[in-house]
Design a protein around this ligand. Structure first.
Ligand SMILES: N[C@@H](CCC(=O)N[C@@H](CS)C(=O)NCC(=O)O)C(=O)O
Length: 309
């Protein structure tokens, strides 16, 4: 197999697979006031990158639930260097690097410093750096502070949502990274084929359903959205997931536009940050740091899916 440079050597298996690190902070903000992080307007602050799909999910839920006034947000610069995520203006703690938040929360933190991170401005610690948990907190615990969209994790669908989330995470959300960061041909191929096996299944599922679970948008739709919106611009080329583009799937392409056109969503999508981050940060994959000019995507054309159930 030979010696190949890995993008993140600490997260690589001996057979060339990319194995993502575990989230280090799994605290919960509780609406009932139990535990160290009681719900309070203005107390929690979200550090995000507009480039990052995991952060993007939390940005969307914060926006759609009307939590922008209750939860502040700092956007990091899309280009990371060896010092990690940096920011020009952090109104909360005056951080210049996100690593300062990690060090303050866990002195000696040695793993990758990642977005999103939910910060507690009272205890000056990271509550959570798990996007799954942050989304779920915004959907459930933050309800008293929210002004909209209560139904992203309806109890009657919880088990089915969890199951589909797991498949989509493994084969699509993280699947594109497993393809892109693989350092052996076999590991790349198996990840890439799995991405398209799931996309093909979802294409069929979306032939008769407007959204993944029918007429209402749930958490799973946003978890899929953040990968689909980056797919043709980044994952198709940069991560070599190039059997098909999303525009080649009539149902997925209409579904992607349908979600994009929900009020508030388009303003969370920043293709400049997305493209510059991926192409100019992963030097082992794209050493020239050249950012491609395309693709040309018309996300504003009518999705034509309103008649589906
Ligand atoms: N915690 C997230 C993963 C977050 C993550 O990996 N974010 C990336 C950006 S897309 C990051 O911050 N990377 C920092 C780095 O690569 O050094 C999860 O639940 O899977």
């Amino acid at each position: 197999m030979g010696i190949v440079a890995a993008q993140f050597p600490g997260e690589q298996s001996a057979d060339g697979r990319w194995v993502r690190q575990e989230d280090a902070f799994r605290g919960w903000v509780r609406a009932d006031g139990s535990g160290p992080y009681p719900l309070e307007a203005g107390r929690y602050h979200l550090y995000v990158s507009l480039a990052c799909p995991w952060a993007h999910r939390t940005i969307i839920v914060r926006k759609l639930r009307g939590l922008e006034a209750a939860i502040g947000m700092t956007v990091v610069d899309p280009i990371r260097d060896e010092r990690g995520w940096r920011m020009d203006h952090d109104p909360v703690e005056g951080f210049r690097f996100l690593s300062e938040a990690y060090d303050a929360s866990m002195p000696g933190y040695a793993a990758r410093v990642t977005v999103p991170a939910l910060w507690d401005t009272r205890t000056h610690r990271i509550v959570s750096n798990s996007d799954d948990d942050i989304m779920r907190m915004f959907e459930t615990e933050f309800t008293p502070l929210a002004s909209a969209w209560p139904g992203l994790y309806p109890a009657e669908l919880a088990a089915q949502i969890d199951a589909l989330n797991a498949t989509i995470y493994e084969t699509v959300n993280d699947g594109v990274y497993r393809a892109g960061f693989a350092t052996a041909q076999a590991a790349y191929e198996s990840a890439a084929y799995r991405v398209f096996a799931t996309l093909d299944e979802l294409e069929t599922r979306l032939a008769t359903r407007r959204y993944l679970f029918g007429p209402s948008v749930v958490e799973t739709d946003w978890r899929l959205f953040v990968t689909l919106i980056r797919f043709d611009a980044v994952y198709f080329g940069h991560f070599k997931c190039n059997l098909r583009r999303i525009v080649d799937y009539p149902n997925l392409w209409g579904y992607l536009r349908d979600l994009y056109q929900i009020p508030g969503v388009a303003e969370t999508v920043d293709f400049d940050h997305i493209k510059r981050h991926y192409y100019a940060t992963h030097d082992d994959i794209n050493p020239t740091r050249i950012v491609p000019v395309g693709p040309l995507l018309d996300l504003t054309s009518p999705p034509g899916r309103a008649g589906l159930g």
